[in-house]
Design a protein around this ligand. Structure first.
Ligand code: 5GP
Length: 209
C-alpha cells in the first residue's frame, strides 16, 4: 500500500494492547510502514534491555530512582508496574508529536490504557487478540524463549488481560500479520475522518462547494 501523508487532521492518540505472544510488535511495525504520519511513543521502563534493544529506540531504560524522579516531576502521563518493573509514557514527546499533527501509537498494557482514556477522551483504543488460546500457547512455545511454567504464567496473564478488551473501541484478531496490520490501518484511516478531528473544517467545506 502506498505511503500517504495527510496533515488535515489533529494528531491522534492510538492505544494498542495485546497479550504477550499475540504478535503486536510485528503487526505495529507493518502499520508504521503504511504512513509517514504515524509514529511510536517510546516508553520509559525500569526493566533491563533485551538483546538488540537500544536505549531511546525500544525504550528509555531508567533506574527505579530515575523513574520515580520523573513521576515526582510529573513527567509521566501514565505509568504502571507490570511483572515487577515500571513502565510509563513520557508526557512531553507525546504532546509534541500530536501538536505536529502526527498520530502516535502507544503500545501499552490495560492499566495504562485506562489512564490514557481518562486523559484523552478521543483516543482510539485497539485490542489485538490471538485467534485462540491454543494458538497463543503454541506461539509462545514456538518462541522457545520460555519454560513451560513461564508460558503458563503468560497464558494466565493473557486471559486476565483479554477480559479488558470490552473497554476498547476495536478488537482485531491476529490470524495473519498482514491482514491484522491492514485492519488496524483501516481503523486509523476511518478515525482520521471524524469531523471532530478535522482541522480547517471551513476550508474543506469551501472546497466542496
Ligand atoms: P515488554 O517488557 O514485553 O516490552 O512489555 C511488557 C508490557 O508492558 C507490554 O504489555 C507492553 O505493552 C507494556 N508497556 C510498554 N510500555 C508501556 C508504557 O509506557 N505504559 C504501560 N502502561 N505499559 C507499557
Amino acid at each position: 500500500m502506498a505511503k500517504e501523508n495527510d496533515k488535515k487532521h489533529k494528531g491522534m492518540v492510538l492505544v494498542i494492547s495485546a497479550p504477550s505472544g499475540t504478535g503486536k510488535d510485528a503487526t505495529i511495525e507493518k502499520v508504521l510502514k503504511k504512513s509517514d504520519n504515524i509514529v511510536m511513543s517510546i516508553s520509559a521502563t525500569t526493566r533491563s534491555p533485551r538483546a538488540l534493544e537500544k536505549n531511546g529506540k525500544s525504550y528509555y531504560f531508567l533506574s527505579v530512582f530515575e523513574f520515580k524522579e520523573r513521576i515526582k516531576n510529573k513527567e509521566m502521563l501514565e505509568y504502571t508496574k507490570y511483572c515487577g518493573d515500571y513502565y510509563g509514557t513520557l508526557y512531553e514527546p507525546l504532546i509534541e508529536n500530536i501538536n505536529k499533527g502526527l498520530d502516535v501509537i502507544l503500545k501499552i498494557e490495560v492499566d495504562g490504557a485506562r489512564q490514557i482514556r481518562n486523559i484523552f477522551k478521543d483516543s482510539v483504543h485497539i485490542f489485538v487478540l490471538p485467534p485462540s488460546l491454543k494458538e497463543l500457547s503454541k506461539r509462545l512455545a514456538d518462541r522457545g524463549t520460555e519454560t513451560q511454567e513461564a508460558i503458563n504464567e503468560r497464558l494466565g496473564t493473557a486471559i486476565k488481560e483479554m477480559k479488558f478488551a470490552k473497554n476498547y473501541d476495536y478488537a482485531v484478531i491476529n490470524k495473519n500479520l498482514d491482514a491484522c496490520a491492514d485492519e488496524i490501518y483501516k481503523i486509523i484511516q476511518v478515525e482520521r475522518l471524524r469531523i471532530s478531528r478535522l482541522n480547517y473544517k471551513e476550508e474543506i467545506v469551501r472546497e466542496v462547494f
